[in-house]
Write a protein that binds this ligand. Structure first.
Ligand code: NAI
Length: 302
């Protein structure tokens, strides 16, 4: 098969001034893409702003002979999202690839979490992805081509103590992905989600240095590059990726058991007595959309 290349493709990487996003921007540019390096340049908790992070990555790309422009907007506002996409269109004429990557942390245990900490984390991760994806989708639809990555997290998929705002936002990104996939399929717009683990300023205080050395952000990059390439045709998938480990994770629907007949309400005791069948994940499978779940209702609907 041919090498994966992005010649002629325009990519937006949000939060590309550091960590994982920086590696995506550098790698995409090295493989021929024109890249919008978006970064607000704030602290890990989302406070402050600076042009420096994005400018440095753009300088690295230009020095290596690549094509890139900087954008300093926050993904957290609609205006910011619109302007990030406008930056791509003004500089390079279109958007083919969007990597929703920008992120911050405001960790607190559930009862200690303040409303403002909930709001800002949801605004950057979840609304931020929406803010950029919606105007990008419009252009991708016009061109019948799009590749989108939403950055979820194992914390959202599986849970993590002290990260209720972050976990909720990250699972929200899976929901956003589901609908982008369904509504984008007919326009060749694909979307996948990743749950990376990598050493970065967000994880340096929680991961021991010996482990950090093996969790280079660059080890996540190849999966992202493949997913946003023309060669990938898969969509609506969720991937774990860390240190060279790549695996798929899924939300499955199991057949369960039909207790009712659509005419009578089932008793709580019947639920209790059939708990093993209700909770069994045997023959569970991912569903293409909610309508498919009606298939499990079997004779109840007929
Ligand atoms: P990082 O802190 O190195 O990079 C995040 C970048 O996003 C920073 O450069 C920051 O300035 C930028 N950013 C923050 N708020 C922004 C905003 N409102 N608008 C534009 N840019 C903004 O962190 P890292 O680790 O590279 O994280 C990248 C993504 O991966 C985040 O979404 C994070 O939640 C996610 N992730 C990372 C994991 C890890 O192990 N490093 C684990 C799971 C998910």
């Amino acid at each position: 098969m041919d090498d994966i290349r992005f010649d002629g493709r325009v990519a937006i990487v949000t939060g590309a001034g550091a960590g994982l996003g920086r590696t995506y921007a550098l790698a995409l540019a090295e493989k021929g893409a024109m890249v919008v390096v978006n970064d607000l340049g704030g602290a890990p908790d989302g406070s402050g702003a600076s042009n420096r992070a994005a400018d440095e990555v753009v300088a690295d790309i230009l020095d290596a002979g690549g094509k890139a422009v900087a954008n300093y907007d926050s993904v957290a506002t609609k205006q910011g999202g619109d302007n990030i996409v406008k930056t791509a269109v003004d500089a390079f004429g279109k958007v083919d690839i969007l990597i929703n990557n920008a992120g911050i942390l405001r960790d607190k245990s559930f009862l200690k979490l303040e409303e403002a900490e909930w709001d800002i984390v949801l605004a950057v991760h979840l609304k931020g992805a929406f803010n950029v994806a919606q105007p990008a989708f419009k252009i991708m639809k016009e061109n019948s081509y799009g590749r989108i990555i939403n950055t979820a997290s194992g914390a959202g998929l599986y849970g993590n103590f002290g990260q209720v705002n972050y976990c909720a936002a990250k699972m929200g990104l899976v929901g956003l992905m589901n609908n982008i996939c369904i509504e984008g399929a007919r326009y060749n717009i694909l979307c996948n989600a990743i749950a990376p683990i990598a050493a970065s300023r967000l994880t340096k205080d929680v991961l021991p240095p010996s482990i950090c050395e093996k969790l280079k952000p660059e080890f996540v990059t190849p999966l992202v590059l493949y997913l946003v390439s023309e060669q990938n045709t898969d969509s609506k998938m969720i991937f774990n990726c860390a240190a060279g480990w790549f695996s798929r994770t899924e939300i499955l629907c199991a057949p369960g058991i039909c207790l009712g007949d659509g005419k009578r309400p089932v008793k709580a005791e019947e639920v209790r007595d059939n708990w093993a069948a209700i909770t069994s994940m045997e023959q569970g499978r991912p569903l293409a959309n909610i309508t498919e779940s009606f298939g499990f209702l079997g004779s109840i609907l007929s």
